[in-house]
Write a protein that binds this ligand. Structure first.
Ligand SMILES: [Zn+2]
Length: 202
């Protein structure tokens, strides 16, 4: 970084710029805003960051973010045990939960298959999914994965593995190709879930 910033400020900008969606200009704006805030505010922010990192892990069953070894959704007796909704990321769980239309359980893959980025099925939580989906009480697995190229590859891969022993459906996307589950409004997402269909095979 050039010498227009003092060292600590340059370091802060550099760190902020590593965050998703934050370019050099936003990083600079945030950094300049942050250093003007009272020290107590900055302390609280740093504390919240550290505590979140230290306390939030992954659910040992579904791999959603969780403070406990088993997340609230997996532990809840109110949730329907017959349905598993497969998503790429925890933020998709949050998006679907906001619709209040889904009452089953989840399985978070932790990403999508992407040969270009070197992400193979072994990097994702696919094996634990196969184990869960093969339990006799599971009747349906819903794939709620973005229809991007990586999303399609992942959906087909997972569907092929699960199809021999469980019904596999996909949510009906009224979204543009590559549309992010996270950005879909709650109504669209609720409709997509309700309109899910069994995967057709040639
Ligand atoms: Zn869980």
């Amino acid at each position: 970084m050039s010498s227009v910033y003092t060292r600590p400020l340059a370091r802060l900008i550099e760190q902020l710029q590593r965050l998703p969606g934050i370019g050099p200009k936003t990083a600079q704006r945030l950094a300049l805003h942050l250093i003007k805030r009272p020290a107590a505010d900055i302390q609280a922010l740093a504390q919240a960051l550290l505590e979140a990192k230290q306390q939030v892990g992954l659910c040992s069953i579904c791999f959603h973010l969780s403070v406990e070894p088993v997340c609230e959704i997996c532990a809840s007796p109110q949730r329907d045990n017959h349905t598993l909704c497969v998503v790429a990321d925890s933020r998709d769980v949050i998006a679907i939960e906001k619709t209040r239309e889904y009452h089953g359980k989840y399985h978070v893959l932790g990403g999508l298959i992407s040969p270009l980025e070197g992400i193979t099925p072994e990097h994702l939580h696919i094996q634990p999914l196969v184990q869960r989906a093969s339990q006799p009480h599971v009747q349906e697995v819903i794939l709620a994965i973005n229809p991007s190229i990586e999303g399609e590859t992942t959906s087909l891969y997972v569907a092929q593995l699960l199809r021999p022993f469980v019904k596999v459906t996909r949510i009906a996307f009224g979204l543009p190709v590559g549309g992010d589950l996270d950005y879909a409004d709650e109504m669209t997402l609720a409709r997509a879930l309700a309109g899910r269909r069994e995967i057709e095979w040639q």
